[in-house]
Design a protein around this ligand. Structure first.
Ligand code: ATP
Ligand code: MG
Length: 504
């Protein structure tokens, strides 16, 4: 039987294989499988997702009064409604703008004002923060609360959803029309608003689902990323659904190793995607009893076959330990909110420990110098994407209201990532550091990642971050209880660097 395919249309998600789902030809796995660890469980087939998202679309447009092109901030934890609102925005031409529930009132204010959002969908935990700043957001006209309880000043998603019609005609959006705005992680400053079109999300992530995530319709992917980041779009929405795969979600408020391991031994998860920091924590545990089949232990991972990571460099030591303990390789991807996955270790390709793999479709990845010339292999330079005649369909359209910053990403015929790296003679890319993080000492350029990877080999070191210090002679390594991180868990080397330089 040929693999089933989900057909993506610009303004809505329809699946061409509903008939095969109904006749039972399609694997029984749902489109969305959500659990909360407290007995709550939701399973929606693609057909049900279609019906429910049409109802959600009617909620957004009718009682909320939102219209095509309006921006909607969606600050929800990992609840099924997040997926409904996401698809509903595509159906209606609304611009989906997710944010993590860890945002503070100040962060929310920044986002609502910068985006001039017309609508806000939020959960109870962020409602007080929203209420404290909402008077400063004149553009916001609708607040929708996802909660079993009602709250003064908010429309209730649940109530409106109950009586909404399941009939909805989707808006025929253009491929270049804005579909979503994702805020970057803010690792090196304020988060930037990267706007994506329907084509960049819809078509761009097909390739990622097929190749890096290696998904088929029989797969179930558990992507641990928070709903607020582009990785949720990659790993929990577009790439899996475009392959007809099942998206598994655990509404874990805070990462907990035991719950995590239990989940992998209880549910038929085939594909796992976590940030490097999660794997760093996990390898501190004894994972041998959870190792991959066919190890004859009672608590083995049920179906796990493909493990992924990205968002930060993965130290070779962590990859090696994961492999030693579970028998599974870690396939690292390197990418950005702006352009998606750029390089990856694809399944079946030789993995060179410490490398982030080769450039992936649709990109032509190169290392260039400051004048936009391609450097020979082995030489460090800026990681860049070659631009052919037009801007690649998988690219972000712009940083909203920031043409200067958008233009600054282009150098000659290249998009410049802002990261430094090296390509070896086999076409593998090696991450050196963010351009701002590279350390200059006595005229030598030192990539922090290389030093960090050496430090982490010591058994007493869980993770490390290396930054420049104004005293080049002393050069000391400091042991701390915790490293400063973004909400996504990325190490903020710029904060450490500022501390170092501020001290002198
Ligand atoms: P900001 O742009 O706001 O400073 P950010 O760059 O961290 O934040 P993201 O778009 O979430 O925002 O992250 C992309 C960046 O993360 C990349 O440019 C790179 O620096 C880093 N990154 C992602 N994946 C990897 C990886 N596998 N190895 C090394 N670095 C990575
Ligand atoms: Mg960035």
């Amino acid at each position: 039987m040929p693999p089933t395919r989900v057909q993506f249309s610009a303004a809505g998600m329809e699946h061409s294989d509903r008939a095969s789902e109904e006749t039972g030809e399609r694997p029984a796995s749902p489109a969305l499988w959500w659990v909360n660890g407290k007995g709550g469980e939701v399973k929606w087939s693609f057909g049900e997702l279609g019906i429910l998202s049409r109802k959600a679309a009617n909620v957004l447009t009718q009682p909320c009064g939102l219209a095509r092109g309006d921006r909607v901030a969606v600050i929800l934890p990992r609840v099924p409604e997040w997926w409904l609102v996401n698809v509903a925005c595509m159906r209606t031409g609304l611009v989906f703008m997710p944010g993590t529930t860890q945002l503070t009132a100040k962060d929310i204010l920044y986002r609502l004002r910068a985006s001039k959002a017309k609508g806000l969908v939020a959960s109870e935990e962020v409602a007080p923060a929203v209420e404290s700043i909402v008077s400063e957001c004149p553009d916001l006209k609708t607040k929708l609360l996802v909660s079993p309880r009602s709250r003064p000043g908010w429309l209730s998603f649940q109530e409106l959803f109950q009586c909404a019609s399941a009939e909805h005609s989707r808006v025929e959006t253009g491929s270049r029309e804005p579909a979503a705005i994702y805020f970057t992680s803010g690792t090196s400053g304020s988060p930037k608003m990267a706007q994506h079109s329907h084509s960049s999300l819809g078509i761009g992530y097909t390739l990622c689902g097929r190749y890096w995530l290696d998904l088929e319709s029989s797969d179930t992917i558990w992507n641990m990323s928070d709903t607020g980041w582009i990785k949720a779009a990659i790993g929990s929405v577009f790439s899996p659904w475009l392959q007809g795969a099942c998206v598994f979600v655990h509404q874990m408020a805070q990462f907990d190793t035991d719950t995590f391991l239990d989940t992998l031994t209880t549910y038929p998860i085939t594909t796992l995607c976590c940030a490097p920091t999660v794997y760093r924590m996990l390898v501190q545990k004894d994972l041998k009893s959870h190792s991959a089949p066919p190890t004859p232990t009672p608590k083995k991972f049920l179906k796990l076959r493909h493990c992924l990571t990205g968002g930060e460099p993965l130290n070779a030591e962590v990859r090696e330990q994961w492999k030693r303990q579970t028998g599974l390789d870690l396939h690292e991807g390197y990418g950005q909110t702006e352009v998606g996955i750029i390089c990856a270790n694809l399944k079946g390709q030789e993995i060179k420990p410490g490398s982030m793999g080769k450039g992936v479709l649709p990109y032509d990845v190169q290392i260039i110098d400051e004048n936009g010339n391609i450097l020979p292999t082995g030489q460090e330079g800026d990681i860049a994407l070659a631009l052919k005649h037009t801007r690649p369909f998988s690219f972000f359209s712009e940083y909203v209201d920031n043409p200067g910053k958008t233009a600054a990403t282009i150098r000659g015929n290249f998009y410049v990532t802002g990261d430094r790296g090296v390509m070896d003679s086999d076409g593998y890319f090696w991450f050196v550091g963010r351009a701002d993080d590279v350390i200059i000492s006595s005229g030598y350029r030192i990539g922090p990642f290389e030093v960090e990877s050496a430090l982490i080999e010591h058994p007493a070191v869980v993770e490390s971050a290396v930054v420049s210090s104004p005293d080049p002679i002393r050069g000391e390594v400091e042991f701390v209880e915790q490293l400063p991180k973004t909400i996504t868990g990325k190490i903020k080397r710029n904060v450490l660097r500022d501390q170092e330089w501020g001290r002198t």
